[in-house]
Ligand binder design. Structure first.
Ligand code: GDP
Length: 296
């Protein structure tokens, strides 16, 4: 299960703290050293860990904690609150306003779960009473259009395609007119991925962005890739100024680094998490629930 090892490590550290009664400065510093190692081993970004530990230590050494009757418990509460803050404090909703159709552009590397996430999001929006349209703008990967059509059929959402011989920018533009004439109020654009970030891909995405002015640009990243997911998020964000992240494969054995680092590194929130291959496996991301899950 995701975060298992981090969760176990933190529970052990906190058990020791709780068992001590009164805490000395040395106790707290020692515990924080252990928390630091646990976070680094969970593949949390180094700078994020450093800032996190500094912030928790400063608060934990405050008078109220040291003089309280349950200092161990207070320290755990501080860690919990700081974890929540690290992940963005509150749940970040989709920002699709009054424009019809609203435009959601999905971006991400190949294999991250982007096409699946398009279907999951369409399914979710449909359940919320929206009338989504999926748009096939990945004209590079041979089976991409077909895959989106299968996903669309599974969630009963129409798919707009112009085949793979048309420029994706033109497809994206045409899909807006199509949506208007077919009563679709939100379009979800599946864009091309690559195995690695490359300039050609970024240029294509920037051009699509310019052409359709998305309300949301959601980057899909694979939680299993840890620090790489964070680096990918930084690169996409630099070029595209993304509006949020969908973190997939959280059902896997991820150590947790991506979930804990992305917001702090990119300043962009995780909006949804994917926790399975089924098209119903998409949930809003709640920082407080994630913190509880990590702290056990
Ligand atoms: P794309 O290349 O980014 O479009 O990725 P796909 O949507 O084709 O997904 C790649 C693989 O990851 C597929 O086998 C999906 O079933 C799988 N996948 C996607 N999201 C999740 C998830 O949240 N959990 C798990 N376990 N697998 C996922």
């Amino acid at each position: 299960m995701a975060f298992e090892s981090l969760s176990e490590r933190l529970q052990e550290i906190f058990k020791k703290l709780r068992g001590k009664g009164k805490l000395t400065e040395k106790d707290i510093k020692e515990a924080m050293r252990e928390v630091k190692v646990a976070l680094l081993e969970a593949d949390v970004n180094f700078k994020v860990v450093k800032d996190f530990i500094n912030s928790v230590t400063e608060k934990a050494l405050g008078q109220e904690v040291m003089e309280s009757l349950t200092p161990g418990q207070q320290v755990i509460k501080i860690v919990n609150d700081e974890l929540i803050a690290l992940m963005g404090s509150t749940q970040s909703r989709l920002n699709i306003g009054n424009k019809v159709p609203a435009v959601i552009m999905m971006v991400g590397l190949q294999g991250s779960g982007k096409t699946t996430a398009c279907g999951k999001l369409a399914n979710l929006l449909k359940k919320q009473g929206k009338n989504p349209l999926l748009v096939a703008c990945d004209v590079v990967r041979p089976a991409a259009i077909k895959q989106l059509q299968v996903v669309g059929a599974n969630v009963n959402v129409p798919v707009f395609t112009m085949g793979d011989k048309v420029n994706p920018v033109d497809i994206a533009k045409a899909s807006i007119d199509y949506a208007r004439s077919h009563n679709s109020d939100v379009i979800i654009i599946d864009t091309a991925g690559r195995l690695h970030i490359d300039e050609e891909l970024m240029e294509e995405l920037v051009n699509i962005k310019k052409a359709v002015q998305p309300d949301e640009i959601l980057l899909v990243v694979d939680a299993m890739t840890g620090q790489d997911a964070v680096n990918v998020a930084s690169s996409f964000n630099e070029r595209l100024d993304i509006t949020g992240v969908i973190l997939t494969k959280l059902d896997g054995d991820t150590r947790g680094g991506a979930a804990l680092s992305i917001k702090a590194v990119t300043q962009k929130p995780i909006k949804y998490v994917g926790a399975g291959e089924k098209l119903t496996d998409l949930e809003p991301f709640y920082p407080d629930r994630m913190a509880s899950r990590i702290l056990g």
